[in-house]
Design a binder for this molecule. Structure first.
Ligand SMILES: Nc1ncnc2c1ncn2[C@@H]1O[C@H](COP(=O)(O)OP(=O)(O)OP(=O)(O)O)[C@@H](O)[C@H]1O
Length: 266
């Protein structure tokens, strides 16, 4: 678990990092079409905290999430993911690490349409060769308030219910870290709040860690800290964010504002 250091609202979160990046760089393309998506990013994500990643379109948020989650590799620098270094791992070992210790939630839910909610939730266990424990699966479904919907297909569920199935599916392996890419992007305001409150509870009550990319200051306000990116660099951080503080920072987030916080733990 983490402490908020004394010393003001924007003091960095402390605690042992479950995910970290150190001088991480990532580019796409070559020559004139080369784009630097991550430019010397150093960040710590303490265990048991909820971080929102924000920034203008193209600032590197998804790239950061993909590299931190071991779905993509950095060109240079280091990533530490649940105590492992993805750079030194084979694809098989990395797949196992992601399957056993990491959860993913996407904007588009990514449920299997032909499987019921319960079967979707059981899937990660089956893929890991583990026989699903029915009571455990029911408990996870109850935890996201889906008891009674377990036998429904995704097409028979609302968007919010589908996202809660996706969250249950991500939680069923009890991952240390949940990566969420715009998890409320396809949901209406009220449903978004329900999903965000659920994510907040996962961190506060279970001590799991969430790293979430979002464009929405309301979503970011549910986090313990917000990290702002611009042009692939970390340019600011707010601890204990309010909607107003996040919206205000986003409104003023221009490349010339960039203050390099390289090396600052958060
Ligand atoms: N596979 C790729 N090939 C080439 N360029 C890419 C690729 N993926 C990302 N980029 C470029 O890298 C930069 C960062 O992209 P990224 O998707 O990480 O930004 P983002 O902040 O998540 O954007 P958005 O908010 O629009 O989703 C952008 O300039 C993007 O065009």
């Amino acid at each position: 678990m983490f402490d908020k250091k004394s010393g003001g609202p924007d003091a960095p979160l402390t605690g042992s990092a479950v995910v970290s990046l150190s001088a991480a760089r990532k580019s796409y393309g070559t020559g004139d079409s080369r784009v630097t998506a991550l430019d010397d990013v150093t960040l710590d994500f303490p265990a048991g905290t909820f971080t929102a990643i924000m920034g203008p379109s193209g600032s590197g948020k998804s790239t950061l999430l993909q590299c931190a989650a071991g779905l993509d590799r950095v060109d240079s620098g280091r990533v530490s993911l649940a105590g492992a270094d993805p750079a030194g791992m084979s694809e098989n070992a990395l797949t196992k690490l992601r399957r056993d210790r990491i959860g993913f939630i996407f904007q588009s839910f990514n449920l299997i349409p032909a499987l019921t909610a319960r079967q979707n939730v059981e899937l990660p266990l089956k893929l890991a060769g583990v026989r699903p424990d029915a009571a455990e699966v029911e408990k996870v479904l109850a935890g996201v308030n889906l008891t009674g919907r377990a036998g429904h297909l995704p097409s028979e569920l609302s968007g919010g219910q589908q996202q809660r199935v996706a969250i249950a599916r991500a939680l069923v392996t009890r991952p240390e870290v949940l990566f969420a890419d715009e998890p409320t992007g396809a949901l209406d305001t009220r449903t978004s709040r329900d999903v965000l409150a659920l994510l907040r509870r996962i961190v506060t009550e279970n001590g799991q860690t969430i790293i979430m990319v979002t464009h929405d200051p309301v979503a970011a306000s549910y986090a313990d800290q917000v990290v702002f990116l611009a042009d692939g660099r970390v340019v600011d951080r707010i601890t204990g964010p309010t909607v107003e503080a996040v919206a205000n920072r986003m409104a003023h987030l221009e490349p010339e504002d960039a203050t390099d916080l390289e090396g600052t733990p958060c």
